[in-house]
Write a protein that binds this ligand. Structure first.
Ligand SMILES: C=CC1=C(C)c2cc3[nH]c(cc4nc(cc5[nH]c(cc1n2)c(C)c5CCC(=O)O)C(CCC(=O)O)=C4C)c(C)c3C=C
Ligand SMILES: [Fe+2]
Length: 433
């Protein structure tokens, strides 16, 4: 099987982030060959010791032979969808927004997307990207499941002379009650989500892409997030957020019949250049952890609607048991309280609205009052934010018990084009359409 076929097949087989089973998505990650240059075959074991199928990607002579399965694990850059959406979350995130430099226009944006795509593809295989003297920050490491996901903000379309191509789905998010959005740390013409299982690999990729943009796009804001390190738990489990909750259980799963239509714009959808793409909502949500930590376990569990230790719904069962929103306690009260987060956010409470969440924790030290500047870099992907994030957040902002412990501080909405073809670049259908 060719590397391309392997990559496309693996993408189709991708599944959602949370599971208490060995993660099927790990089959999409491949080990770079240990034999060095020239496209050596993939190794037999993947991250966590799961079997991996197919040959490894070709390596240039500049490729490093990594020491461990974690470092060797590679996620293909090319495919029908961009990488970094359905893959299991890596442990480090850099989210960066850029603004185009004045006068760059469509030719400059096209050149930048070509350069960025070539660099991301090379780094995803553990190769030094073309066009730069490498800073050697990741010199000793393999790709460590590096993914780079590119997005276009609404503001880039007019700047690039592409106003007619602006999707209606990129209309500004409405203001939500209690929002405290810092516009300087929001929006942006371009958005990059860089994720990897090694912090130095993630930093190197983010920094390399920033250097490649010099003169054409300048960083507007940059944030760093973290998730669980691979291997920290005895078996793959759903991650926890900084409030201590198991977070990600009820994400849409690729095995759901409507998964693709919820997350991706179909081929034949509008606009045509977004086929295979998605829309990402980004929110920096600070947690009032000092207040949260003062609540009893009972209050904390009733706030979310799930047990803190196990993630099981208050209506009973285990983490995997569907939430029974109708279930009553012996005294006739609702087992899952009326304002519990899982009730208010559930598709059943929002005309079926759903999104694929892929958020990362952040911790940026202390605020002036001594409270932790910490929370969740909430990221979600959906085929239409108007039937995903927007109605759910509208409802949460009005009547969610968890919102009393949260402050939304920055916000962004980005069109995530479909994946780059093997010989192409991300955004090609827009920029050459
Ligand atoms: C607008 C969408 C959402 C925002 C913003 C949001 C913030 C947020 N959520 C948690 C913690 C949990 N969320 C959980 C479930 C859950 N959350 C949303 C949406 C938003 N959350 C949805 C659609 C769901 C699934 C609801 C369902 O169908 O059951 C959970 C429970 C476990 C899980 O299913 O993932 C937790 C815990 C935090 C801490 C937070 C902001 C910081
Ligand atoms: Fe949530």
């Amino acid at each position: 099987m060719s590397a391309k076929t392997t990559s496309e097949k693996a993408r189709k087989e991708s599944t959602a982030m949370s599971s208490d089973q060995p993660h099927p998505q790990l089959s999409r990650r491949r080990l770079l060959g240990a034999a060095g240059a020239g496209g050596a075959a993939g190794l037999a074991l993947g991250a966590g010791g799961y079997a991996l199928a197919g040959p490894g990607p070709k390596q240039s002579t500049a490729a490093v032979t990594p020491a461990t399965a974690l470092g060797s694990s590679a996620v293909p850059f090319h495919g029908a969808h961009q990488a970094g959406i359905v893959e299991p979350m890596q442990s480090t995130l850099h989210a960066t927004a850029f603004d185009l430099s004045p006068g760059i226009g469509r030719p400059g944006l096209t050149a930048l997307m070509k350069r960025w795509s070539a660099a991301a593809a090379a780094m995803a295989e553990g190769r030094t990207p073309p066009g730069l003297t490498d800073d050697q920050v990741a010199l000793d490491a393999g790709p460590s499941s590096l993914t780079v996901t590119f997005g276009f903000g609404a503001s880039v379309f007019a700047k690039a002379g592409l106003a007619a191509q602006l999707p209606g789905e990129l209309a500004a998010l409405p203001p939500f009650p209690e929002d405290r959005i810092d516009r300087a740390r929001s929006d942006g013409d371009l958005w990059l989500q860089v994720c990897a299982d090694d912090p130095l690999v993630a930093f190197h990729a983010m920094r390399t892409l920033q250097r490649l943009a010099a003169g054409q796009a300048a960083p507007r804001w940059q944030m760093t997030g973290f998730s669980r390190a691979p291997g920290a738990t005895a078996r793959p489990v759903t991650g926890r957020n900084l409030m201590g909750q198991i977070d990600g259980t009820n994400n849409p799963k690729p095995s759901d019949a409507d998964f693709a239509s919820r997350v991706f714009v179909p081929s034949g959808g509008r606009p045509a250049w977004m086929a295979g793409g998605s829309y990402a909502v980004f929110r920096r949500i600070r947690m009032l952890l000092d207040d949260w930590d003062q609540q009893s376990l009972t209050v904390q569990e009733r706030t979310v609607g799930r047990r803190k230790a196990s993630g099981a719904p208050l209506s009973g069962g285990t983490e995997a048991t569907p939430v029974d929103l109708a279930r009553q306690n012996a005294d006739g009260s609702l087992a899952v309280p009326g304002d519990a987060h899982v009730r208010v956010a559930a598709p059943a409470s929002n005309q079926g609205a759903a999104m694929l969440r892929r958020g990362y924790s952040y911790h940026d030290g202390l605020r002036p009052d001594g409270a932790p500047d910490a929370g969740l870099l909430f990221i979600c992907f959906q085929s239409d934010p108007g039937t995903g994030f927007v109605p759910v957040q509208r409802k949460l902002a009005r009547g969610d018990a968890l919102s009393r412990f949260l402050v939304h501080e920055s916000s962004g909405l980005y069109a995530i084009p479909g994946g780059a073809p093997a010989d192409g670049y991300v955004g090609q259908a827009l920029l050459e359409g």
